[in-house]
Structures are given as C-alpha cells and as structure tokens.
Design a protein around this ligand. Structure first.
Ligand SMILES: *[C@@H]1O[C@H](CO)[C@@H](O)[C@H](O)[C@H]1NC(C)=O
Ligand SMILES: *[C@@H]1O[C@H](CO)[C@@H](O)[C@H](O)[C@H]1NC(C)=O
Length: 369
C-alpha cells in the first residue's frame, strides 16, 4: 500500500519498531455493494481479518469505514463495543453516524465475537488483561498495513463494559510506543455510558429508574433491530459480500452469550485510577451518557468524574442542537467533558443521531459544546 510522502519518516520509524510483525498478517477487501442496499455504497467500507496467531489461526475481524470528509486529516477512531462479546457491527450499523468526520475501525473482539475466530479452543478464553494486549497488537498491525493513517489524530471510543479497562490499554499503548506518530497532544478518548467498576455505576439505578418510568416502545424498537441484523448477517449472500471466510464461524450473534457469561474473565476491578492518570497527563476525554440509560445512569458517571477532584470550568448547563436542548454538559479541568444526551437510552439505541453527531463533531473539533 502506498503511503503519501509526508508520512514517510514516521512510516520507516514505525516499520523499524514493529518489523517483527511483518508480513502477511492482514487480509482486507473493499466492499462496494451489499445485499439490501441498492447501488454502490456511498462511502468506503473495508472488511478484513488481522491474524493474531499464525499457529492457532486466531483472527480478529473488523469493519473499517473511511471518513467522507478528509481522510488524510480527520481523526482515526478505534471503536470497541462492549459486552464483552458484542460485535462491532452493533456500533457500525445501529449506533453510529460519525462517518462524515472521522475514519472508524469497528472491531469484533475477543475471539468468539461476531466473525472473529480461532481454530484453537483456548483462544476463546480470555480476560481484561489479555484483551487489552490483543487490541494493542491488533492496532499496531492494522496501522502497519494502513500507514496512510499513521499521522492522523488517534482516538479510542468505547461503551459500557469496555470502559472499565480501556484506560489501562491506552496507558500501555502510550508507554510502550512513545511515538510522536499517532500520539499527539490531540489524542484522547471518548466513552459512552461507561462502567468504571465503582459502586456508583449501579447504585443510582433505582433512583434513576424511579424518575424515568419505563420506555417500552423504544425497547421494542431495539429488539426489532436485533432480529433484523441477526437475519441479515446470517444470510449467505451477505456473508459472501462481506468476504467472511467460509466455515470460520457458525451462526453470527449480535452479542455472544458464551463470551460474555463464560469465556471472559473480568479481572480489573476499577478504571478510576487510570482515568486520573490519563487525564492528568493531557489526554482529553469525552464522557457521555444517555440520560435514559438504566444500566449506567449518568448520575453515577458524574459522581466518579467529580471524585477525581478536578475543578469545574464550565458548570452544568444545557447544550443545544437546532435550538433544542440536546442534553446537559459540564466541563472539568484537564479537559474532561461530561455530556448527557437527552432521551437516549444506552449505546446501542441508535436514537438521537443528530444530537450524538453534534456532540462528537464539536468535541473532536475542539469547539465549545
Ligand atoms: C481500497 O480502496 C482504497 C481507496 O481507493 C485503496 O487505497 C486501498 O488500497 C483499497 N484496499 C484494498 C484492500 O484493496
Ligand atoms: C499512575 O500510573 C502509575 C503507573 O501505572 C501508578 O503507579 C500511579 O499510582 C498512577 N497514579 C495515579 C494518581 O493513579
């Protein structure tokens, strides 16, 4: 793959550091048509496998969508869908609308999730510590094969359960690489409805639910969307169009129950110290919650942010999209922006797209929310 000339010094540096990973660890293909969509896709979609272990045949599957604005300058975002065990497809198809301003990688992780697979049983059993290492190596390999994106601002986005250990992963990434390549002062992370592991995450559930009531119609809509993606991604033609390796995985599940309940060990108790570490070292953070999320009520999220002890630069106030209140926001020192999105449930509701887009666009452009 050709790299633009301006990227060349970084590329050589990068290659020198990670030459042990070379070559033949990645197979990718550009997808132009998908069953159910008339005509050519209006954006660049790539799917691919990154080989993580040649002996065991372990491969992580990803979807990559290039920014429609200016891919050479727009941020590159690695999005991790939580569970663990939920396919990156959830975010790509049901929760996102960011493709206009950022290039995004949606990863099926760990093995056993979505289309990520291995020939060896033991690869399916993993934990927080191994998962962060896995994702770290995945990213290195992906960038090595896509050097065009080496100098773009890099962000990670996560939701729910991933929020707990992401920060450890980032710490490691920054510590090990110390590269000016994709670690600029601009880099940062965003987390949606994130669980930290602290008590406050959940023990505000009752009061939150009390104030909210039940939202059965929207839950119903989400369930319907469930059914549709399960049907679509298990269709033979769709799998062929996405270049899924035949026989690699059986039925596709939006979220794999076995990964979540049996194969994945959660062994990092709290991410709070790591939030403190990262934000005190200059990495900006966008922490947002749907104010209808019952799993991770925003009250709890606000509580842990406040416990970091940073001063408040811009106190709780409404923010707007199209002259309508889109939610509330507070800006803390060390560049932590907390945001609620009005009427949004959880990460996967796929609702409030205009609000979420506005939030992301302003934040990534360093604009006031
Ligand atoms: C996909 O398309 C882009 C842009 O045209 C090109 O740079 C890239 O090499 C292609 N990737 C593959 C795997 O063919
Ligand atoms: C920051 O991280 C370092 C190394 O991981 C750790 O030793 C230290 O206690 C952390 N600091 C805070 C304030 O949590």
């Amino acid at each position: 793959m050709a790299a633009p000339l301006s990227h060349f010094p970084q590329l050589l540096f990068f290659l020198a550091l990670f030459s042990d990973l070379w070559p033949c660890f990645l197979s990718a293909v550009n997808i132009t048509h998908l069953p159910g969509f008339a005509g050519a896709l209006p954006f660049r979609l790539e799917t691919g496998y990154v080989n993580m272990d040649a002996d065991s045949g372990a491969e992580l599957f990803y979807y990559f969508v290039e920014s429609e604005r200016n891919p050479s300058e727009d941020p590159l975002l690695l999005w991790l869908t939580g569970g663990p065990g939920c396919s990156g497809f959830n975010a790509l198809a049901l929760a996102m609308g960011l493709l206009q301003i950022a290039s995004m990688i949606f990863l099926d992780w760990p093995f056993g999730t979505g289309f990520s697979h291995s020939r060896t049983d033991k690869d399916y059993f993993t934990d927080d510590w191994h998962a962060k290492q896995l994702i770290y190596v995945f990213l290195k390999k992906w960038l090595l094969d896509h050097p065009f994106f080496l100098s773009n601002p890099f962000y990670m986005g996560v939701n729910h359960m991933v929020g707990k250990w992401l920060h450890l992963f980032l710490m490691r990434l920054f510590k090990v690489s110390k590269l000016p390549i994709f670690i600029s002062y601009e880099d940062g992370y965003l987390i949606g409805n994130a669980i930290t592991g602290e008590k406050g995450d959940k023990n505000t559930q009752a009061s939150h639910a009390y104030g909210l009531g039940l939202i059965s119609e929207e839950v119903y809509k989400v369930l319907t969307g469930d059914l549709l993606s399960n049907y679509w991604l298990n269709n033979r033609l769709v799998r062929q169009a996405l270049h899924i390796k035949e026989g690699s995985v059986g039925r596709w599940h939006r979220c794999d129950f076995n990964v979540n309940a049996h194969h994945y060990k959660r062994n990092i108790p709290s991410s709070l110290p790591h939030h403190r570490n990262l934000t005190s070292r200059g990495y900006r953070a966008l922490v947002y919650n749907g104010d209808h999320d019952l799993k991770v009520p925003f009250v709890g999220t606000l509580k842990w942010i406040k416990s970091l002890g940073y001063s408040i630069l811009d106190p709780w106030r409404a923010w707007y999209v199209d002259n309508q209140v889109a939610g509330f926001t507070t800006l803390f020192s060390n560049d932590i922006t907390f945001v609620t999105v009005k009427g949004r449930e959880s990460h996967n509701a796929g609702n409030r797209p205009a609000q979420c887009f506005g939030m992301f666009k302003r934040w990534i452009s360093h604009e006031v929310l």
